[in-house]
Design a protein around this ligand. Structure first.
Ligand code: ATP
Length: 605
């Protein structure tokens, strides 16, 4: 939670980081200058207002000598008209400044969001395996919102309040040096106390939010897992857990109520008390004729300005501090090295990327591997094997043996710490990463379809493919029949907003996607749960078509699949323990494969 993060300091380095982010404002500098000028104008006009109010009072009081610049009108009506005029100009400049600042902030932020997303999605797998993606996502959106608030609100406000504070003090000092000193003596200590109080209240409200979020998590978890709650008859346990969490929220919330009550009492007593002191000394000066009623009015209004500005500074400072922290994290992300430079669609038409350009020869040479997030555990311990072009390999072994890890290395999500991976006789890192991955395709266990149309989902295999190619791929994947049966055909929406496809149908769409990509190397992660036999048959037919002329790696869970393979690699505990065809391996007395085969590769593999 944000409350646990160390408070960022406004160090020089942090400010430099913030400055880099401010560079996002550069494209909008023209309008930014105009908006700042409008902000300055509106602030200066705000400062005119108390002055004119004072003049209005003086003009209305008979016998008061007219003070102030000679060009100022001294008639009640003209002063009032002038005030209205000032207000109109101020309103116009405020409108201009506010709309343009917001649009600059939003546009700069949209650029920043685009860059951050582009950077994030291109980061290597190592990064994702070390960060919790959900947390990263919420952290990023919170950070970017913080930066947005600062760009749009805090920085312009800081500028405005500085002008009001300095201008206000200067103008009061011109009226009466004595009053200025009294005001500067009475108001700031009260403001400092108010800020301390405010900080306590903010901390409390953050704690309350965290506590409330905890109760929310309990509700979410139990509703999502309602099946388990009911099956284990744990209703009473969950009610107790929720109740305790609610109690602890209530304690914090009630403490907050006391704080808020205290704050209101404090404001009434201390802040208004100090205003009484200031007013009282003003009134004595007025009584003794040393200042006019108009000057008194100005003085009171300027005091309000100065007090307001002082009060806001603390708040703005803490916002700025938070934004610097947020900036730091965003900058850290922007500084991470991407896997490869992304070519945006349009710059390289998909058709020009050669497909099936490899022969599909793969060799693992004494590969040792540890996940960067768990360097103490060696997951692959010297794996060596070679796959001929077009050969179909089944990876078999108990759960956790390292089968998926071999696939991750093949896809170059990670590189081995020791040993080598060769593709078509050349070290895999010698190929451009995006090009190499384009030569591979994966049909995962759980085919993930995006919430778009079936057409878009197949086209994901090769963005830019034409309709005829998509339909041909679907035909080969035995998906065309069921897709055509939908009223909207290929334009049928899938996922939450559309049709829910069955497991077998999803698999066939995923296979069509892979056929469209036409890879040299194919990876099949076989679903552990079996499909019904009709669906299974169609998926198998589609897979057979897909595997033609391609080197194929299958993570196999079923005997029927393994039998289709040219060669079976049995992996155990990060090592290749057996290799051969089904019948060869099945003949090995006491072999791991034979034991697994006897178990019919059931789901406990
Ligand atoms: P299964 O059949 O259950 O999918 P598998 O043979 O594919 O198992 P892997 O997923 O390759 O096994 O896992 C091998 C080992 O590596 C396991 O001990 C696992 O805990 C570990 N492992 C897998 N992924 C990661 C990761 N991202 N970070 C750290 N360790 C991991």
């Amino acid at each position: 939670m944000t409350a646990d993060l160390p408070k960022p300091k406004l160090t020089r380095e942090n400010l430099r980081e913030a400055a880099t982010l401010i560079s996002y404002l550069r494209p909008y500098r023209g309008i930014l200058v105009a908006a700042t000028a409008a902000l300055a104008l509106s602030s200066l006009l705000s400062l005119c207002f108390p002055f004119l109010a004072g003049s209005l009072m003086d003009a209305a009081t008979p016998g008061v000598p007219t003070r102030g610049p000679g060009w100022l009108p001294h008639h009640v009506n003209t002063v009032a008209l002038l005030m209205l005029g000032v207000l109109v100009v101020q309103a116009a400049s405020s409108y201009f400044h506010s709309t343009s600042m917001t649009s600059i902030g939003q546009s700069a932020l949209a650029d920043l969001r685009r860059d951050t997303y582009a950077r994030l999605i291109c980061l290597p797998m190592t990064f994702f395996s070390q960060s919790r993606v959900g947390e990263l996502n919420s952290r990023l959106s919170a950070d970017l919102t913080q930066i947005e608030q600062t760009l749009i609100m805090a920085i312009p406000q800081m500028f405005r309040q500085t002008l009001l504070l300095l201008g206000g003090i200067a103008l009061i000092a011109m009226t009466s040096a004595r009053l200025t000193l009294i005001m500067l003596g009475a108001i700031p200590p009260v403001i400092v106390l108010a800020v301390v109080f405010g900080r306590k209240m903010r901390r409390n409200s953050r704690q309350a939010q965290d506590k409330l979020a905890e109760t929310g998590i309990i509700v979410e978890e139990t509703l999502q897992g309602i099946f388990n709650v009911k099956a284990f008859v744990n209703e009473a346990f969950e009610i107790g857990r929720y109740g305790r969490s609610m109690d602890s929220y209530l304690r914090v919330a009630l403490h907050g109520a006391r704080l808020r009550g205290g704050f209101i009492a404090f404001i009434v007593l201390a802040l208004f008390g100090s205003i009484v002191v200031v007013l009282w000394s003003g009134a004595t000066l007025l009584q003794s004729g040393r200042i006019t009623i108009g000057e008194m009015t100005r003085f009171v209004l300027y005091t309000a300005f100065v007090a307001g500005a002082m009060g806001q500074f603390a708040d703005l400072y803490s916002q700025l501090q938070k934004a610097v922290g947020a900036t730091h994290r965003v900058r850290e992300l922007l500084r991470e090295q991407p896997e490869f430079a992304v070519k945006m669609p349009g710059t390289t038409p998909a058709a020009t990327v050669p497909r099936h350009a490899l022969r599909g020869e793969v060799e693992f040479r004494d590969v040792h591997f540890r996940y960067p997030s768990r360097p103490e555990a060696e997951v692959l311990k010297g794996i060596s094997f070679a796959v001929r072009p077009g050969e179909k390999i089944a990876l078999v072994g108990p759960s956790g043996a390292g089968k998926s890890t071999i696939i991750s290395l093949l896809l170059r999500f990670y590189d081995p710490q020791q040993g080598e991976l060769l593709v078509d006789g050349r070290p895999a890192p010698s190929y451009p990463l995006d090009w190499l991955r384009n030569q591979m395709s994966i049909v995962p266990q759980e085919a993930l379809l995006f919430g778009g149309t079936i057409f878009e989902n197949i086209a994901y295999g090769r963005p830019g493919a034409g309709e005829a190619e998509i339909i041909e791929a679907a035909r080969q994947a035995h998906a065309h029949e069921f897709v055509s049966a939908f009223p909207d055909g290929y334009q049928t929406l899938v996922g939450e907003r559309g049709v829910k496809l069955s497991g077998g149908q999803r698999q066939r769409v995923a296979i069509a996607r892979a056929i469209l990509k036409d890879p040299a190397i194919l990876i099949l992660d076989e679903a552990t749960s079996s499909l019904d036999s009709e669906s299974e048959g169609l998926v198998q037919l589609a897979l057979d078509r897909l595997m033609e002329n391609r080197s194929t790696f299958m993570i196999a869970h079923r005997l029927a699949t393994v039998r289709r393979a040219d060669r079976i690699l049995v992996i155990q505990n990060g090592m290749l323990v057996e290799s051969g065809t089904h019948s060869e391996l099945n003949q090995q007395e006491n072999g791991l494969y034979r034991r697994l085969a006897e178990l019919q590769f059931n789901l406990t593999l």
